[in-house]
Design a protein around this ligand. Structure first.
Ligand SMILES: [Zn+2]
Length: 454
């Protein structure tokens, strides 16, 4: 008997935790953190206490209370007793927090399967952020073309295009037929042919069930969406304008979106400017150059990319002020003075948490600031208000240019029609009931309910 149980990603965008069982074989697809995780109880700096393991999560049922799943030390303060692992693996679709973060609680004896590139992203995150800690695990890497056999199941990961490299969808061969899991994917990105290959492979298997993401399934698209090449054209236009009036260009984007980074890098080159990134991005890029297909600049080798260091204790950019992993890039340093002296030479990444650097940089009034992320969800988004206050204070001109990482409603309809599964389970969406318009046998999953596929 093959079944699916959805322990996350239900009625919300993110937090995917999908259990597939066939008799004693039990595997998970993603084990992510919900974006809205317990926001009725936890917000801003009020968060589950790190030293308390799962206790603060169980209090509000933010993670399923299942025996044989979690690491012994994470259960210490809870009523759930540690048991020998009764799960055979966790398959991660990609390295976004809402798909991977909560593997930190998983028993280290349960293997974690990831794409090779996904593992690299996770390692870079752990190195450069004090918040990322996925725990010690029995990691097993795969690439497209690999098939992983676990008892009665065979799991086939296939690359898809998403707003982070090394994203995968899955085809799971079961004794009852194939189950397809999309992970997150898009059809309009620079690698759209990968998504197409996945959907075609899925179609060929005549699946009994498809678990699809539905981020952009909504009555009205609330946000403006462009393709990546439209974003590129927009950025180039802003740079050209800034050239004529001698201004620095500032931008912010999701730090793991390497397609967007490439877009800014290409724009910078086209306008004979240097791309300025923070030390975390520099470290990530330096790791990612191993993968030549990504075609990204390397701050240790390419003169087209520079690194902004925040001034620390010594006030002199002394090596000792920085973490070891940050020090390598000091030769490519750019300071606020450099930006002040040659505004036309740079296009500078400035994230929300870097805004205070503007006090040192003091850009010319009218310098463009490109917000290259999805617009905020709520109208009363506090961070957005604060960001706009900073931009107004320094008289920066706001532009919004973004291409989504997800299928549009129309593309979702086409993908489902192509794959043509017997049953459909929408996850990672706020509107699962709307999928009834796209498929005659669509089931909006109920959290924790088991669905038999026979
Ligand atoms: Zn994602």
């Amino acid at each position: 008997m093959v079944s699916l149980t959805f322990h996350g990603g239900v009625n919300e965008i993110g937090g995917n935790k999908i259990l597939l069982e066939d008799g004693d074989t039990r595997i998970w697809f993603d084990f992510g953190k919900s974006f809205t995780m317990g926001e009725d109880y936890y917000t801003s700096w009020l968060q589950p206490r790190r030293s308390n393991g799962l206790k603060d999560y169980f209090e509000f049922s933010l993670l399923p209370r299942l025996p044989g799943l979690y690491a012994e030390d994470k259960l210490t303060h809870t009523e759930l007793k540690h048991e020998e692992p009764s799960y055979d693996g966790v398959f991660i679709s990609h390295a976004h927090a809402d798909h991977v973060t909560h593997i930190q609680f998983i028993d280290p004896e349960i293997p974690i399967y990831t794409g090779a590139g996904t593992k690299l992203f996770m390692e870079a995150m752990e190195k450069t952020s004090s918040y990322a800690n996925y725990g010690n695990h029995d990691y097993r890497n795969f690439r497209t073309g690999d098939k992983i056999r676990l008892d009665s199941l065979e799991i086939e990961p296939i690359h898809v295009d998403h707003s982070i490299p090394a994203a995968y969808g899955y085809i799971i061969h079961t004794p009852e037929g194939c189950v397809v899991y999309t992970g997150d994917l898009r059809a309009h990105g620079p690698r759209h042919e990968m998504t197409q290959e996945f959907l075609e492979a899925a179609e060929y298997k005549e699946p009994i069930a498809m678990i699809t993401e539905g981020t952009r399934m909504a009555r009205r698209g609330k946000r403006r969406h462009l393709s990546e090449s439209q974003v590129l054209n927009g950025v180039v236009k802003i740079c050209q304008e800034a050239d004529t009036n001698g201004k620095t260009v500032f931008y912010t984007h999701s730090p793991r979106d390497m397609d967007r980074l490439r877009t800014f890098s290409i724009s910078a080159e086209g306008c004979h400017r240097k791309l300025v990134v923070n030390t975390r991005t520099a470290y990530l890029l330096n790791r990612l150059v191993e993968d030549q297909r990504l075609n990204l600049p390397d701050p240790l080798r390419d003169d087209t990319i520079k690194v902004y260091y925040k001034k620390k204790k010594s006030g002199t950019y002394s090596e000792k002020d920085y973490y070891k992993w940050e020090r390598d890039f000091l030769e490519a340093i750019v300071t606020p003075e450099d930006l002040k002296n040659s505004p036309k030479e740079y296009i500078v990444n400035l994230s929300f948490y870097d805004l205070a650097e503007l006090i040192d940089i003091r850009p010319d009034a009218g310098s463009p600031f490109i917000y290259s992320m999805s617009e905020p969800f709520g109208e009363d988004d506090l961070e957005e208000k604060v960001m706009h206050n900073w931009l107004t204070h320094f008289s920066l001109r706001y532009h919004q240019l973004h291409a989504s990482g997800h299928l549009s409603r129309k593309e979702l309809a086409e993908a489902i029609e192509t794959v043509n599964p017997s049953k459909l389970f929408p996850v990672h969406t706020e509107n699962p009931e709307m999928f009834g318009e796209l498929h005659k046998n669509s089931t909006p999953p109920v959290l924790g309910k088991q669905y038999t596929l026979t």
